[in-house]
Design a protein around this ligand. Structure first.
Ligand SMILES: *Cc1c(COP(=O)(O)O)cnc(C)c1O
Length: 394
């Protein structure tokens, strides 16, 4: 790992590799083994006692997941990490390992649907409380910090509203109050935004999205401060949300192309957003790097590109929204995002259906909101399909 420390992003994403075996393979092999052998009883004892480093059992570590973690740490500028079976497993582990009964989380109100469910329905079972703070009211955040607040949790850009939070400001706020700043960096990926550089202590990812980038596997990861990751590792080692070696191999290979994919996703999304902004059927279009975005100035400071997600409101609300989805000929209707294929979703009836109408409206998820995950097809075909569907959804 140290050998690669001084290299640039793309090089680290391609050249970070688990040790070669005596077969001198060029690409890393898949270690589909549940456990690892010991030379003798003394080595076995020492490894179990943490006196010797090494793989024991794939619920703890595996060379494929270690390679994926080492690579992500280099890309995010993190000290350590742990890879999990899904993004939600990483987020849940970051809560359960670091919080206890009586603690409080301050969370952005605009967050992924399942994270919202964990905060509102599950954590209260263990007496862990939360308060939601609004991204467009940053002046209110400091007052919402309580004596028992231990963590701030945010997504930026958020799913699906594309709200953007000033990470530098938030990093300072967290440090002033000795809180753990936990950032879900799923939409931007480390190629576009590195929250640790702005003061985040933990970064979580749904690797299912842009990190895989091809809609094949589920995976998650949490990276950050060594002492926090140690707690998360202890929690995961005993409770078992570990990433499978097969998925770890797939995700590590995917990182080799993350930079070129994010460049093209962002270029296509900007072109689509620019075209749709002029379309009479579209209202309130949001894209981080368009000057019309309410937090454009912050986006420009902390993101190097706009990413691949565009969201907009249909003139005509929910009925036009549904007609639009039905009129699409090429774009997929599916719950994923960050795929090579362009995907259209209707958050109010899918990812955020578990929220009440009131909760949805409070975070900007209107009935007619459509989210487009702009893929890597030719931009001409993407724009044509979406424009014809808008024309046919009146
Ligand atoms: C999808 C998603 C998650 C959850 O990830 P899974 O891999 O599906 O468990 C968390 N946060 C955001 C922002 C997401 O888009």
């Amino acid at each position: 790992m140290n050998k690669n420390k001084m290299k640039k992003f793309e090089t680290n994403a391609i050249r970070t590799q688990a040790e070669r075996t005596t077969n001198r393979e060029h690409s890393v092999p898949m270690y589909l083994t549940s456990s690892f052998t010991f030379d003798d009883a003394e080595q076995m004892r020492a490894m179990f006692a943490d006196e010797l480093e090494g793989n024991i059992y794939s619920r703890f570590t595996n060379p494929n997941s270690t390679e994926f973690v080492d690579k992500m740490c280099l890309l995010e500028g993190a000290e350590a990490g742990y890879a999990t079976a899904s993004g939600m497993a990483a987020i849940f582990a970051s809560f359960m390992a670091l919080l206890k009964s009586g603690d409080h989380i301050l969370a952005a109100s605009s967050i992924f649907g399942s994270t919202h469910t964990v905060l509102t329905k599950l954590l209260p079972k263990w007496n862990i409380e939360h308060t939601y703070a609004y991204i467009n009211k940053p002046e209110s955040w400091e007052q919402l910090i309580q004596k028992n607040t231990k963590m701030i949790f945010v997504e930026t850009p958020s799913n699906p509203g594309l709200d953007i939070i000033d990470l530098e400001w938030l990093g300072k706020l967290a440090n002033k109050h000795s809180l753990i700043l936990n950032v879900d960096n799923c939409f931007a990926t480390p190629y576009i935004q590195r929250p640790i550089e702005f003061g985040a202590h933990l970064v979580t990812h749904s690797a299912t999205k842009y990190i895989d980038g091809q809609g094949r596997v589920l995976g998650g990861i949490v990276v950050g401060k060594k002492e926090l990751i140690k707690e998360i590792y202890t929690f995961c080692r005993s409770t078992g949300p570990s990433l499978s070696p097969f998925n770890a191999w797939t995700l590590s290979k995917s990182l080799e192309t993350l930079a070129v994919r994010m460049e093209r996703h962002s270029q296509n999304a900007l072109q689509l957003a620019t075209a749709l902004e002029k379309n009479a059927a579209v209202e309130k279009l949001k894209y981080p790097l368009l000057p019309s975005h309410p937090q454009f100035a912050i986006a420009k400071r902390q993101m190097s590109l706009g990413g691949g997600i565009v969201s907009f409101e249909m003139v005509g609300g929910i009925n036009s929204g549904r007609k639009f989805l039905d009129a699409l000929q090429m774009c997929s209707l599916t719950a994923n995002l960050g795929d090579t294929r362009t995907i259209a979703t209707h958050p109010a009836s899918t990812t955020h259906a578990k929220l009440t109408e009131e909760e949805r409206l409070a975070v900007g998820i209107t009935p007619g909101l459509v989210r487009i995950s702009v893929g890597l097809e030719n931009i001409y075909d993407i724009v044509s399909d979406i424009e014809q569907a808008l024309l046919n959804s009146k």
